[in-house]
Design a protein around this ligand. Structure first.
Ligand SMILES: [Zn+2]
Ligand SMILES: [Zn+2]
Length: 266
C-alpha cells in the first residue's frame, strides 16, 4: 500500500476523526509512512473560521502521536494551506516558523467563495466557473512559494453543476498547461488526490490526462493522498494507483520529510 500523504483529523473543521484512529487504520492497511495534513485556510475576518488551525495545539498533538507510533509507522506532520493571493504576506511569515514535514497548497476559495457551495456557480456558466478556478490557481502558483505540492488541481470539478460530464483536459489545456509548467519550473510537486473516485468522478483529481501531461512536460515530483476525513476513506482507491501512474510514465512517487522530497518506488 502506498503511503497516504493527505489525511485529515478532528483538528480540521470538517472532520471528527481522532488522530489515533486515523493512524490505526493506516497501520491496519499496511502503510509504513503517512502524513497528516489538517486544514489551515487563513483569511482576515473570515465568515467561517472552522478551517483555521490551532497551530501550536496541532503541532504538540502531532509530535506526541509521532512519538507514540514511532516503532510501528512513520507519522509525518503536514498542513494543507489554503492559498489566496491576498494572504501571501501572512503565509510567507508563517511558513518558516512551522516545524513540519510537508505543506500542501490548495485552492479552496476563489474570490472568497468555495466551489463546494452552489453560490460559486451562480450567474455564470460552468465553463466560466471552471476557467476562473484555473486562472486564479495559476496566479497563486506563480506568485506564491509557501508549499511543497499543489493539492487536488481540478477540485472545482467535484462540485460543478454537471461535475465532470463535460470536462476534459483538452478543453481546459490552455489554462492547465501553464499551471503544470510553473510547478515544474519551481520544483513543486503535483498531488494525485484519490477523493475524485470517492466523489464519483471515476478519476483522481487531477485526471489521468493531466497527470500524464505533467510527466510529459518533465514533472517528476508527484505526491499521493486520499484526502480522507474519516478512517474508512484512508488509502481510498490506492490499489489501482501504481498501474494508473505507471501508465503515465511515473516510476516513483514522492513523500516529503522535513520538507525534502524523497522518491519511493511505485
Ligand atoms: Zn483540500
Ligand atoms: Zn484535504
Amino acid at each position: 500500500m502506498l503511503c497516504d500523504s493527505h489525511i485529515h483529523t478532528c483538528f480540521s473543521g470538517d472532520s471528527t476523526a481522532p488522530p489515533s484512529a486515523q493512524v490505526e487504520q493506516c497501520l491496519a492497511l499496511g502503510m509504513k509512512e503517512i502524513c497528516i495534513t489538517d486544514h489551515h485556510d487563513y483569511d482576515e475576518n473570515p465568515e467561517d473560521s472552522s478551517f483555521l488551525l490551532d497551530i501550536p495545539a496541532y503541532l504538540r498533538a502531532m509530535k506526541r502521536l509521532q512519538k507514540e507510533y514511532e516503532e510501528r509507522i512513520r507519522v509525518n506532520i503536514g498542513v494543507e494551506l489554503g492559498l489566496q493571493i491576498h494572504t501571501k504576506d501572512y503565509l510567507e511569515r508563517l511558513v518558516p516558523s512551522l516545524d513540519v514535514d510537508y505543506l500542501i497548497g490548495s485552492s479552496h476559495y476563489i474570490d472568497r467563495m468555495d466551489p463546494y457551495f452552489p453560490e460559486y456557480f451562480a450567474g455564470r456558466s460552468e465553463r466560466e466557473a471552471y476557467e476562473r478556478y484555473f486562472e486564479s490557481t495559476l496566479e497563486r502558483v506563480k506568485g506564491m512559494e509557501c508549499f511543497d505540492s499543489f493539492g487536488h488541481l481540478d477540485y472545482v470539478v467535484r462540485y460543478g453543476p454537471n461535475t465532470n460530464q463535460y470536462y476534459t483536459f483538452r478543453d481546459y489545456q490552455d489554462y492547465i498547461d501553464p499551471i503544470l509548467k510553473v510547478l515544474i519550473e519551481k520544483g513543486k510537486a503535483l498531488e494525485c488526490n484519490t477523493a475524485g473516485f470517492r466523489y464519483g468522478l471515476g478519476h483522481p483529481n487531477p485526471t489521468e490526462d493531466i497527470l500524464c501531461r505533467y510527466y510529459e512536460l518533465g514533472g517528476e515530483l508527484l505526491t499521493v493522498g486520499s484526502d480522507a476525513h474519516s478512517p474508512e476513506y484512508l488509502g481510498y482507491a490506492f490499489s489501482g494507483l501504481p498501474d494508473l501512474l505507471k501508465a503515465c510514465g511515473f516510476r516513483y512517487y514522492t513523500v516529503y520529510r522535513r520538507r525534502v522530497p524523497n522518491q519511493l518506488c511505485l
